[in-house]
Structure formats: C-alpha cells, structure tokens
Unconditional design. Structure first.
Length: 380
C-alpha cells in the first residue's frame, strides 16, 4: 500500500501562519553564479561573513575538538562557554543562554513568549527573522520605519510602543542599514516600551560598532533595569565563526533563561562550536585587528561609491546598504554575471537597495568597479 501523501494533501496540513511566510533569502547560490559568470572565484558579499578568517587559537581548538569529541554529544548546557561569557561580561553564567547562532535564540524567544494575536514591534528596514519568527507563532508585527534620511523616528517609535507590544525587537547596529542608535535613542525606546514587554536588543554586529563613540553598549544600558530584557550577540560575524553557528544572549534574569531552556533542543550548540567560541573569546588581538581592518574598508569603499554618485547609508558594521537608483534585483543579476553575489533588498520601500558585506581590499575593488559600471548604464 502506498502511504505517500499527495502534495495537495500535505499542503492541507500546514498551518496558515506558515503557509504565508516567505522563505529566508541567503543570497544566490555560489555554484550557480560561477556557472553563469564563468568566474574562477566567486566574490560572495551576501552573508556578512568575515574575510579575515579565525584566529590560530580557534583553528587549533576546532582541530582538537574534531579529533577528540565528534562521536560524543556536546555538553547540553554549554557550561564552559557560558562560564567564559559570564566572566568576560561580569554576569552570572545562569543568565547566559546559548544558541545555534543568535537567530536561534530569536526563535526560542518567540516560542516561549508569544501567543497568537500578540503584538511585536520591530524596525523597518530590518532583519527578516525579526518578523518571520513572530508570525510563525501567530503574532502581529508592526514595523517602525526610519526617517527619509535613515534616522531614528522618535514619534513613530513612541506611537508603536504605546500600542502595548509583548515583545520588542531592536537591532543595534541595524541590519540592513548598518546605522546605530545613540544612547539617547535607545533610552527613548526603553522608556516608551511597556514595562511588561520583553526588550530584545540584537547586537549581532556590536563588535564592529564599539569603536564608534555614539554606540551604546546595550548590556550596560539595560543592566540593572527592573524589567524583562535580553541582549543577543554572536560569534558568526566579527569573530569569523559563521560556519559553526554559535550565538548567545544575556538575560535580565535566570527565569527567562530557564524558559528558553524548556523550548530549545538539548544539544543546540555542537562541541566544535563551543570550543571554537571559547578560544575566540580569549583572542582579543585577532578581534581588534578584524574590527580595525573592516572599519578601514567600510570608510574607503563608502567614499568610492559616494564619489561615483551612489547613496550609501553610514555604516558601523561590516556591510553597506546602497541605493542603486534602480531595481536592486536587476542590479544583483548583473553582478551575478560578473561573479559577484550581493543581497537585493525586497522589503517594501527599499527595492532599489542592495546590501553588500565587505571582503578583502582586492575583492572590494572589483565589486566597486562592477557596481558603478552597472549603475552608470541607467544614468542619462
């Protein structure tokens, strides 16, 4: 007897909230772009990865972990890594939660907190999963847009927060713009949000922004507040560990961590990832060098693109949000033909923008040349 469900029968089982969701867009497939362009080496600028690799200490930690521990389950609590994070940030290890990337913790928060119909407030333009994960749970999402100049709209935030959200997602620096909220702007959101709302401060790119004097350390800003909050960080970006997937959160209290532990899978951070993160956390010199070199390229590439007449949002991250002046999906396809992958932004109101992470100076020069040539075709 054939027990395979027909596609139509399978589709009828899917929750309506899930059926209407867009799939996550990781950018074009490098193999397909290589075949299209004939390029011997594709320049991949779609995922905000570090071109500077990991520290030697991380490479050695992963080597030892692979040799010794792959056949065994990892510590489900991640105690050694949680202890190391807690010590580095002066917080109890019981207030540290680990995730398979920081977006895993975003998902856990929505599973643990949201009921159908709850309101979530976040930014626009913004990280797609800040909207997708709440919608999976049947929550409503209101997105607060930036001003015309990509500034913080205090009145719009005040009005949105007055509607009584249960959860607030705030990325600082913002993905995809790379802009930062000042200490005063962050304070405005905290003061306007209902005290019962969970404040989620996503600092995935915070390491790149910390040299900026305008950038407030979210943990220090929220530490001691008598309200629920969590600060999310990751080893995927500045630390260069995107391939092993490990992020973490620092919560206002241990009860929130315990709730997340109830909904997470028990081995959500593998052993090589835990060992790599511990080693990365201890190599301050490699992190500082990565941040310094990234900042130099952000400034240099921003200057060249603006000199060519393109609009670029000031960025305190490792990526740029660029106004191409025409449909970004067309620009992305043209770049594919040159062997370059960027992310075409499709959020309403920003369809002319691409987001491009920066690579080595040599690859960045190729990107700048190709992008300016493509955009020049549409100028009178």
């Amino acid at each position: 007897m054939n027990h395979v469900l027909a596609p139509a029968a399978s589709a009828s089982l899917i929750r309506s909230e899930v059926a209407g969701l867009p799939r996550y867009d990781p950018g074009a497939d490098p193999d397909e772009v290589a075949a299209l362009s004939g390029a011997r080496q594709v320049i991949k600028l779609s995922n905000n990865e570090s071109p500077f690799g990991v520290s030697p200490a991380v490479a050695e930690a992963v080597r030892l972990s692979l040799a010794d521990g792959v056949s065994r389950y990892p510590d489900p609590t991640g105690k050694r890594l949680a202890d190391a994070i807690g010590k580095s940030l002066d917080v109890p290890a019981g207030r540290v939660v680990l995730g398979n990337g920081s977006e895993n913790i975003l998902e856990l928060l929505c599973q643990a907190v949201l009921d159908p119909g709850d309101l979530v407030v976040t930014q626009a333009p913004g990280f797609s999963l800040h909207e997708t994960f709440p919608r999976v749970m049947g929550a409503r999402v209101e997105k607060v847009p930036v001003t015309a100049g990509f500034g913080f709209d205090a009145d719009a935030w005040h009005d949105a927060l007055a509607a009584g959200p249960k959860l607030v997602f705030l990325a600082n620096p913002c993905n995809p713009t790379g802009a930062v909220l000042s200490a005063g702007q962050l304070e405005h959101v905290v003061a306007a949000a209902p005290r019962s709302a969970l404040l989620v401060l996503d600092e995935a790119y915070g390491e790149f922004a910390r040299p900026d004097p305008e950038y407030p350390d979210g943990l220090e800003a929220l530490r001691g507040l008598d309200r629920p909050w969590i600060v999310l960080r990751t080893f995927s970006k500045a630390y260069g560990l995107a391939g092993v997937r490990v992020g973490y959160g620092i919560a206002s209290d241990a009860a929130l961590v315990e709730a997340l532990d109830r909904v997470r899978t028990p081995y959500n951070v593998n052993r090589p990832a835990q060992d790599a993160a511990i080693a990365a956390l201890g190599d301050h010199e490699h992190l500082a060098d990565t941040v310094r070199r990234t900042g130099l390229e952000i400034a240099r590439v921003t200057g060249r693109l603006r000199g060519a007449g393109l609009g670029v949002v000031p960025s305190s991250t490792n990526f740029l949000f660029i106004d191409t002046g025409c449909r970004s999906d067309r620009v992305a396809r043209e770049l594919h033909r040159a062997g370059i992958i960027v992310k075409a932004w499709r959020e309403p109101g920003y369809e002319n923008y691409i987001r491009a992470s920066l690579s080595t100076p040599e690859e960045n020069d190729v990107f700048v040349r190709c992008l300016t040539e493509i955009c020049a075709k549409d100028k009178p």
